[in-house]
Design a protein. Structure first.
Length: 277
């Protein structure tokens, strides 16, 4: 069981097998990084839910304290290590680690509400990260750097790409009314409901809230570079083809699932059939 959990931790970039993520995100081509950020993490969490809640639930129920500890360390590691980073893809690598920690909260809650919250959060996370990497792919091919400074003046070069990347960062930061806020809210709610039975859950909530506050620093650092940086060396327009514009429309994909109540009910019903069967 321990080896299975460690293998799945590597898959989802969670402690103690999370160190690979930032280096791989930075070194890989952007489309490959986007696939790792979305496909690999989604498959890993679906498999983790299947193993813990379907295959060996009687054994796995005794591992909740381990999952709580892993979730806390993963959240702290991802958020604190992202603070000094300047490479945009590396920031998203550490963000991937911290978001794995948030989703582990729903698994550690050991309730159906936790499972539904994980799937809701995972769905919003996939759309948000795909939007972010699409913008990075379109913008960075016009630059010689992947640093945040390369985004300077993006709001003048392409307001559509600037708005899309801003929405992605705001959603990842957990700001309402986007999906990231509601996903974190549902995860925290599922953990708080378990606090009366196990006080350690309250510590998990505190660590998660601390991680959210810390994450605002580096997420909004990206937004600041887009709109308020004065270091822009090139303000030539970035032309975006029509197929690339479709997912960048003002109503971005992450906004579609920000209406919490109907989407949560839709996800909670088929969660076990669509994702776990």
């Amino acid at each position: 069981m321990l080896l299975i959990l460690v293998g799945l931790a590597f898959k989802i970039a969670a402690f103690p097998a999370q160190i690979w993520a930032p280096d791989v995100y930075q070194g890989s081509p952007t489309p490959a990084t986007a696939f790792l950020a979305v496909g690999s993490k989604a498959a890993g969490f679906v498999l983790l839910l299947r193993v813990l809640f379907t295959a060996v639930p009687d054994v796995a129920v005794h591992w909740n304290k381990v999952l709580i500890a892993v979730s806390m360390v993963t959240i702290l590691y991802g958020n604190l290590c992202a603070i000094p980073q300047r490479n945009l893809k590396r920031i998203l690598g550490y963000s991937s680690i911290s978001n794995a920690g948030y989703m582990l909260m729903g698994i550690a809650a050991w309730r159906e509400a936790g499972q539904s919250a994980v799937l809701y959060y995972l769905t919003g996370y996939m759309f948000t990260v795909l939007a972010a990497f699409m913008v990075i792919c379109l913008v960075m091919r016009h630059l010689d750097t992947e640093d945040i400074e390369g985004l300077a003046g993006l709001n003048q070069r392409s307001p559509l790409l600037a708005a899309t990347l801003t929405l992605s960062m705001v959603s990842l930061g957990g700001i309402p009314p986007l999906a990231g806020f509601f996903g974190k809210f549902l995860l925290l709610k599922s953990v708080v409901e378990q606090g009366a039975a196990e006080p350690l859950y309250y510590w998990l909530v505190g660590v998660a809230l601390f991680g959210v506050i810390v994450s605002l620093y580096y997420y909004f650092g990206v937004v600041r570079a887009i709109y308020w940086s004065k270091d822009a060396s090139d303000l030539s327009p970035i032309r975006v083809s029509l197929p690339a514009r479709a997912p960048c429309m003002p109503v971005s994909p992450e906004c579609f699932i920000s209406d919490c109540s109907p989407i949560r009910s839709l996800i909670s019903l088929p969660a076990r059939s669509a994702f776990l069967l």
